[in-house]
Design a protein around this ligand. Structure first.
Ligand SMILES: *[C@@H]1O[C@H](CO)[C@@H](O)[C@H](O)[C@H]1NC(C)=O
Ligand SMILES: *[C@@H]1O[C@H](CO)[C@@H](O)[C@H](O)[C@H]1NC(C)=O
Ligand SMILES: *[C@@H]1O[C@H](CO)[C@@H](O)[C@H](O)[C@H]1NC(C)=O
Ligand SMILES: *[C@@H]1O[C@H](CO)[C@@H](O)[C@H](O)[C@H]1NC(C)=O
Length: 137
C-alpha cells in the first residue's frame, strides 16, 4: 500500500544518505516521544485512516477521534509509532465524502484504539503502513 512515487532513484539515494547521516550525528536510538509538526501529523494520520477505511468492511467511515501517543524514530526515513482512538462516523464508506462526518452518538457508536507504525519519507511524500493493530476501546 505504497502511495507516492520515487521521482528519481538518484534523489532517493541522496535522501537516504542524508537521513543516515543525520541519524548518525543526532545519535537517535529507538523511538522517542516527540511532538510532530501539525503538517506531518495531518498527513500521517490521514494516510492511516484512509488505509484503515480502505481495508475496512464497516458500512461507515471511521475518523481519528483522539491522538493518544506519538513516537518517532529516524531511520532511512521517519518512522512514527502512533496510538490513536478512532471512531465510527455517520458517513457511509462508499459515499463521496462531501460533508463533514460527525461521530456516531447512539447505537452505532463504536471506537477502536489503534497502534500503528508508519514509515514515511516526508520530503518525498512517501507513506507506508507497516503495522496496525486495533482493539475495541
Ligand atoms: C490539518 O487538518 C485539518 C482538518 O483536516 C485542517 O483543518 C488543518 O488546516 C490541517 N492543518 C495543517 C497544518 O495542514
Ligand atoms: C485507498 O483506496 C483508493 C481507491 O482504491 C486508493 O486510490 C488509495 O490510494 C487508497 N489509500 C490508501 C492509503 O491505501
Ligand atoms: C473484511 O472481511 C474479510 C472477509 O470476510 C476479512 O477477511 C477481513 O479480515 C475483514 N477486514 C477487516 C478490516 O475486518
Ligand atoms: C508490529 O508487528 C510485530 C510482529 O507482528 C509485533 O510484534 C509488534 O508488536 C507490532 N507493533 C505494533 C506497534 O503493533
Amino acid at each position: 500500500m505504497a502511495v507516492g512515487c520515487w521521482r528519481s532513484p538518484l534523489l532517493l539515494l541522496t535522501a537516504l544518505a542524508l537521513a543516515a547521516t543525520l541519524g548518525h550525528f543526532e545519535g537517535w536510538k529507538g523511538f522517542q516521544e516527540k511532538p510532530m509538526s501539525k503538517k506531518n501529523m495531518n498527513s500521517t494520520l490521514n494516510f492511516f485512516i484512509e488505509s484503515y477505511n480502505n481495508a475496512s468492511n464497516d458500512t461507515y467511515l471511521f475518523q481519528v477521534d483522539k491522538l493518544l501517543r506519538s513516537q518517532v524514530q529516524l531511520t532511512t526515513g521517519v518512522e512514527y509509532l502512533i496510538t490513536v482512538k478512532i471512531s465510527r462516523t455517520k458517513c457511509k464508506r462508499n459515499e463521496k465524502k462531501s460533508q463533514t462526518c460527525h461521530f456516531q452518538s447512539k447505537k452505532l457508536k463504536k471506537s477502536f484504539i489503534c497502534d500503528f507504525l508508519i514509515y514515511t519519507v516526508p520530503w518525498m511524500n512517501f507513506y507506508e503502513l507497516w503495522n496496525n493493530s486495533c482493539l475495541e476501546g
